[in-house]
Design a protein around this ligand. Structure first.
Ligand code: SF4
Ligand code: SF4
Ligand code: SF4
Length: 251
């Protein structure tokens, strides 16, 4: 049986998602045996336009990015968005919050007109995305599960329940008890409650579950004398490009 050809591509991001794949260690060897990697921006010098599966890291932030992602979308039979930059725009969307012109001016000063910089968008604004490996960085084992599922033609199982469930299963003390805030009641699990495990609040880098219990989040905030406004900064960190705000979800 021919191995599926896979391309791993990097757009605007820190490169951490590709690094997570490289960090798979012994599982990486299994992966390399199961597929043929023909393009991997961070790992190999060879490149190819002959692939069936494209794993894409990073957001689209320039006209050149638009051309590249559209080309990938035309070639690949299956596109997987890897990491919050690709899935939702991620941290890069903070540029949009500033306003494009203001952000360009802050970074590039009077040379701003030289820079090819457009509004930040996740990749599915330009191409059809078949699967999403969420997170910043994504859970590398979830990336492997997605690839394995694609190889055997099965739909990958992506959790659609809140981080609180994993957090409670892990026996953590709720960070609200420690004077912090957390988006665990509405955030999509699948990271094994990575942040609360280290006594840090969840900032929803994996986005929000399909039908979030916004009232549970509000009740928790109220219990500690807080309101939705008090967590908007954390929410916007990864989720300002795409999707509804917490308030919009509650309408
Ligand atoms: S999702 Fe996070 S780890 Fe991945 S490229 Fe973006 S900033 Fe880096
Ligand atoms: S709110 Fe955060 S810290 Fe508290 S239980 Fe939920 S995930 Fe854990
Ligand atoms: S706990 Fe929240 S912010 Fe931390 S990795 Fe998981 S989804 Fe992302």
């Amino acid at each position: 049986m021919n191995k599926p050809k896979v391309g791993v591509f990097g757009f605007t991001g820190c490169g951490g998602c590709q690094l997570e794949i490289l960090n798979l260690e012994e599982q990486l060897l299994d992966l390399v045996n199961a597929v043929e990697i023909v393009h991997f921006t961070e790992a190999i010098t060879e490149y190819s336009d002959n692939y069936e599966i494209a794993l894409v890291e990073g957001s689209v932030t320039s006209k050149h990015d638009v051309e590249r992602i559209e080309k990938i979308g035309n070639i690949a039979k299956i596109v997987v968005a890897i990491g919050s930059c690709a899935v939702s725009g991620g941290l890069n969307c903070l540029k949009n919050l500033y306003g494009l012109e203001k952000a360009k001016e802050l970074v590039y000063g009077d040379k701003k007109e030289w820079i090819d910089s457009i509004e930040v968008k996740p990749i599915d604004e330009y191409v059809k995305v078949d699967y999403y490996a969420r997170g910043c960085p994504p859970n590398r084992f979830e990336v492997v599960d997605i690839i394995k599922s694609l190889i055997i033609g099965k739909k990958p199982e992506i959790p659609n329940y809140p981080v609180c469930i994993e957090c409670k299963r892990n026996g953590n003390t709720c960070v609200y008890e420690l004077g912090m805030t957390c988006l665990g009641p509405i955030s999509r699990a699948g990271c094994n409650s990575r942040c609360p495990n280290s006594a840090t609040g969840c900032e929803a880098c994996r986005g929000v579950i399909d039908e979030p219990n916004v009232n549970a989040q509000k009740d928790l905030l109220a219990e500690y004398g807080l309101t939705v406004e008090d967590i908007m900064e954390e929410f916007n960190l990864y989720n300002s490009c795409k999707g509804k705000t917490i308030e919009q979800r509650n309408k």
